[in-house]
Write a protein that binds this ligand. Structure first.
Ligand code: SF4
Ligand code: SF4
Length: 188
């Protein structure tokens, strides 16, 4: 029941996120095949998200599952704070439909714990929001927004896992997300 309700939750969240990405499309370079954001991170998620992700894992064929398992072992023996996602196979997400919330929301301008703009890391490699990023001051530049003739001023969205998991809809659907931890820690 929880997974069914989580799927209902995802339907709504996906629509909302699409609107957010669409609103800032002038600043966004995300496209199929771009996977820099899947190559370094710790991908925090809840137990419910992990359960859902494993549903996706089980839908893969044995060759892909074997590759994922090998990737998991490599990560476990390396840097478990920042690592390539084990589910990234041939530069593409092998569990895309089942990916966790952090992957769905990644790429937009969000808010850090102090309420300041927090850029996705790919800003610094010339991707999302890079045209309005002042790399010296490490801040959003209003001057660059004007100089580049962008039509809208970028908005900062509150899209942390915590914010998403505490949306009223999650309560309405009785979702129990359970404990949250780094993706790799679920494989201990
Ligand atoms: S968030 Fe950045 S790295 Fe990830 S797909 Fe979008 S442009 Fe590429
Ligand atoms: S789960 Fe998929 S989208 Fe998320 S980091 Fe891994 S490969 Fe990328």
């Amino acid at each position: 029941m929880s997974i069914e309700n989580y799927e209902k939750f995802l339907e709504v969240i996906t629509e909302d996120l699409e609107k957010i990405f669409d609103y800032q499309k002038e600043y966004i370079c995300c496209k199929k095949g771009c996977s820099h954001c899947c190559k370094r991170g710790d991908y925090p998620m809840s137990e419910l998200e992990f359960e859902y992700l494993m549903k996706g894992y089980n839908e893969n064929n044995e060759t892909v599952k074997k590759k994922i398992n090998e990737n998991i072992e490599i990560v476990k023996n390396g840097d478990t704070d920042s690592y390539p996602c084990p589910f990234l196979i041939d530069n593409s997400c092998s569990i895309y439909k089942y990916r966790p919330l952090v992957c769905r929301a990644f790429g937009v301008l969000t808010e850090d714990s102090k309420g300041n703009p927090s850029f996705p890391f790919c800003t610094t490699i010339g991707l999302n929001f890079s045209k309005i990023y002042d790399s010296e001051k490490k801040h959003l530049s209003s001057r660059l927004v004007k100089e580049n003739n962008f039509k809208i001023f970028p908005r900062i969205f509150r899209l942390s896992n915590n914010v998403i998991m505490n949306l009223p809809l999650a309560k309405e659907l009785n979702l129990n997300f359970g404990e949250a931890k780094k993706m790799i820690d679920f494989f201990e």
